[in-house]
Write a protein that binds this ligand. Structure first.
Ligand SMILES: Nc1ncnc2c1ncn2[C@@H]1O[C@H](COP(=O)(O)OP(=O)(O)OP(=O)(O)O)[C@@H](O)[C@H]1O
Ligand SMILES: [Mg+2]
Length: 450
């Protein structure tokens, strides 16, 4: 085997070492993502003889200008040769590395009978979800080699939404998450998102130190995407104050003497409920989530009870929970009360409520000069984190949130109930552990684990 000398960044190493079935290395421009792909493909081909890999760009000119050109510069010819007409690197050990493109969805059928050990996408957000999922079915082989789909991308592009949902919204970055392969296919897949920043790539920073400043000339949306790798870019975004690195935090053990609230938005289409703890400085931490459709009121109530071991200071719910159902004469609040959960009515003034959510999310500097906010969300509350940045202004009332697509409104609606509650009530921060009314249980010092 011939020697090849290279140095890699920490993030490139993480990308190469990933053992997840689906890996996304994504973010700001120039972080070394495409270079990482080519190097990883080369090393894989050398390590696993007769292995098969392919890398996609959306169009052939894109491939030619980027990946093919760089591979021709970097790959040593004594171990592999490039076939220009077939766009494939053939290695002396029998491995192959194809360059492919999928211009439109029908193009995937060209790969109907193909098999690859590793399938790679560069600029994944240029592809549709269908193209990606179809190609997953081509990742197989009768050998023990590690199989996987390895992708690199910047935020933005036609696939921004599904890529974000698939890799960013599933939980914390740099951690492998077990997920269902698709909504219909229950096979478990593993996914990891490795964020990439230009600052990770010392090679580019050294050779072209002004590159980072040139990104300032881009329009705001592109700049946020390419300079900071911001996945929450979205025209008309309602909660512009929401910043994943400020508001989303690693879970920690909530002290027993902080007050805990439960707040929900309930309908047959979705129960979205949140457990929120408030510390002595009036900071709130959303620490647990329930997000489940098709539950009858009593089932929703029992699920909430089962998930609650700690003392809850107050269960908050919107006023429509007090509407009586014609058939039974009972309200949702009555049915909750029958099971020992006494709901407290919040206010349904949407505009006031959203203003309060904005107050809670507002980013300010802490004593160390770092960005912080009054409300933080544990990274385990994935639906709330997914939905807040997707909300947009209502066309007719700028101060309200659009109610479509409906699915993304449940979690923020629940949070709004908590935030608006604080405008109805004098802010109460516990000085002792006594709970105010009958919700008090016999075990106030119970340990709480998440
Ligand atoms: N490990 C490395 N060693 C030497 N040069 C590197 C290395 N990684 C990246 N580079 C160089 O840094 C520059 C940017 O890398 P690359 O094109 O891979 O970034 P990218 O993240 O794909 O950028 P974009 O977001 O624009 O697609 C290129 O000139 C590349 O050759
Ligand atoms: Mg690139």
């Amino acid at each position: 085997m011939s020697e090849i000398n290279f140095e890699i960044t920490k993030k490139q190493k993480a990308f190469m070492d990933s053992i997840a079935f689906e890996t996304l290395f994504g973010g700001a421009a120039g972080g070394g993502k495409s270079y990482g792909q080519l190097l990883d493909a080369f090393l894989y081909a050398m390590k696993y003889q007769k292995s098969k890999q392919i890398i996609f760009r959306r169009t052939f000119p894109d491939l030619e200008k980027s990946l093919i050109r760089v591979s021709l510069e970097k790959y040593p010819r004594n171990v592999a040769t490039y076939n220009d007409s077939k766009h494939v690197w053939k290695f002396k050990n029998g491995s192959i590395f194809d360059f492919g493109y999928i211009d439109n969805e029908k193009d995937v059928y060209q790969y109907q009978s193909a098999e690859y050990d590793v399938i790679r996408f560069d600029e994944l957000t240029h592809f549709t979800e269908y193209m990606y999922l179809y190609m997953i079915s081509r990742c197989r082989g009768a050998n023990p080699y590690p199989k996987g789909i390895k992708s690199t991308t910047n935020p933005g592009g036609i696939g921004h939404g599904w890529v974000k949902e698939r890799f960013i919204d599933v939980g914390a970055p740099n951690v492998i998450h077990k997920c269902q392969l698709t909504e219909e296919n229950k096979t478990v897949s593993t996914r990891i998102f490795i964020p990439s920043l230009l600052q990770d790539n010392k090679f580019l920073l050294q050779s072209d130190p002004d590159y980072i400043n040139r990104l300032d000339n881009l329009p705001k949306k592109e700049r946020e995407a390419l300079k900071y790798g911001d996945w929450d870019i979205f025209d008309g975004k309602f909660f512009t104050e929401f910043k994943r690195d400020v508001h989303v935090i690693e879970p920690f053990k909530i002290p027993n003497d902080w007050h805990k609230y439960f707040v929900m938005d309930y309908g047959l289409d979705m129960l979205a409920g949140y457990w929120i703890a408030v510390d002595f400085n009036k900071n709130a931490y959303v620490y647990r989530e329930v997000y489940q459709p098709n539950l009858l009121v009593s089932q929703a109530r029992d699920l909430i009870k089962n998930k609650t071991e700690e003392d809850i200071y107050m269960y908050l719910a919107p006023p429509d929970m007090w509407n009586r159902h014609k058939e039974t004469g009972k309200s949702t609040a009555d049915i909750f009360a029958e099971g020992g959960i006494y709901l407290y009515k919040t206010n349904n003034d949407r505009v006031q409520g959203w203003k309060q959510v904005k107050e809670w999310l507002k980013v300010y500097k802490d004593e160390q000069g770092c960005d912080t906010a009054k409300l933080k969300i544990f990274n385990t509350c994935s639906n709330l984190i997914r939905c807040i940045p997707q909300l947009v202004h209502d066309d007719k009332n700028y101060e309200d949130v659009a109610t479509e697509p409906h699915e993304i409104t449940h979690a923020p609606d629940a949070l709004r109930g908590f935030c608006v509650y604080w405008t109805q009530e004098p802010i109460f921060v516990p000085e002792n552990k006594e709970l105010p009314f009958e919700l008090q249980t016999d075990e106030p010092d119970q340990e709480v684990w998440w």
